[in-house]
Design a binder for this molecule. Sequence first.
Ligand SMILES: NC(=O)C1=CN([C@@H]2O[C@H](COP(=O)(O)OP(=O)(O)OC[C@H]3O[C@@H](n4cnc5c(N)ncnc54)[C@H](O)[C@@H]3O)[C@@H](O)[C@H]2O)C=CC1
Ligand SMILES: O=C(O)CCC(=O)C(=O)O
Length: 417
Amino acid sequence: MAEKHINVFETAQRQVKQACDKLGADPAVYEILKNPMRVLEVAIPVRMDDGSIKSFIGYRSQHNDAVGPFKGGIRFHQDVNMDEVKALSTWMTFKCGVVGIPYGGGKGGITVDPSELSKGELERLSRGFARAISPIIGERIDIPAPDVNTNGQIMAWMVDEYHKATGRFEPGVLTGKPVEFYGSLARTEATGYGVAIMARDAAKKVGLPLDKARIALQGFGNVGSFTASYIHELGGKIVAVADHTAGLYNSQGFDVHALAEYVKEHRCIKGFPGAESEFPKEDIVTFDVDIFLPCALENVITAENAGDIKAKIVCEGANGPTTLEADEILDKKGVLVVPDILSNAGGVTVSYFEWVQNLMRYSWTFEEVQEKQENLMVKAFEEIWALKEEHGVNMRVAAYMMSIKRVADAMKLRGWY
Ligand SMILES: NC(=O)C1=CN([C@@H]2O[C@H](COP(=O)(O)OP(=O)(O)OC[C@H]3O[C@@H](n4cnc5c(N)ncnc54)[C@H](O)[C@@H]3O)[C@@H](O)[C@H]2O)C=CC1
Ligand SMILES: O=C(O)CCC(=O)C(=O)O
């Protein structure tokens, strides 16, 4: 991404401070929330296929558990570092608060490019990480899940390794598992489904018919591909798409199912035959469209390019795609930004449903899960919209205000301040 030097943990802290000030919160609230409660760094030695040992660095950050167990994904990426994981765990606390589920925030990651590992090496690394963090996770303590470059198979290996390390078989210790092994129906689709319905509701608010909207999408992994599929179901046209390999354009709108099939086979969008033209992948941010859906990584919309954004709505599937400076510019331009802690909350919401099903040893249908997810997210959207109108703030500040109040109330009742 263009602006790697922007420290995302500082961004997260400033977002929290801004909303605490707006709320007039007790100074103790920001003092407690500005840092994670615990961050564990681990070294994971892995036997590589050539017989050598390579040591990888991993982290688990536990931001706040006033409301309930820490909750949040595990990322495998070459740029993972402690500050990134701290920021992502901070955002998780407030994301859970936005949808009102009984969790705090956590996040983990390993600094590794998993595309360079064989399947056996990936399994040994995943198991090594689960073993290393097993003393601080648990079904009622801290519950990891998938994030960038991790998936259901990795979650299943980790549940198994946690069982071996602790002697406890707790399928609810991780979520995002395969449906055949204690996973929930509709979890894989959940984040993208949520982004699509939040884009739908934002479009309604600004009087933009979704079936007339031209849309640009960044990222075509778990979140991006399901966002595309549900946007298509709602009638929206994805005319531009970018991933880490290319930017592609189709004036009539992409056949998103054909694109998803292509990505399954080739692991990237480059070379997809259904495109009219190719463009530099960074240009996706300022494409001439009605809605922009960033569904890749952080720091994509910055002070440098925010002024050139043409979209009327930005609906954040990724965590932290917009810097604070860019937020101000977008506000002045009148762009409606649906913040990450609301628009991508579908993933953790259905993770919560998975966990509830695990604890009950019972399963709901796909339709039941999606209906419950939609109810929670639409309710949160409307509550945040009302707060935004009442206080004359943007949706991000309103979302933090609502969520910080929930966390602060729990901390107060527990006697933390
Ligand atoms: N998986 C989930 O349930 C959730 C994920 N998120 C967030 O959504 C974002 C995407 O996550 P996933 O889809 O799970 O990851 P993924 O690993 O499935 O996909 C990541 C996508 O980002 C693209 N990408 C990477 N670098 C890029 C670059 N420089 N330019 C353009 N595209 C680039 C990749 O090509 C890929 O298409 C992350 O910010 C993640 O934290 C948020 C909530 C839940
Ligand atoms: O499903 C979860 O528990 C967490 C998903 C996640 O990491 C996120 O929302 O960023």
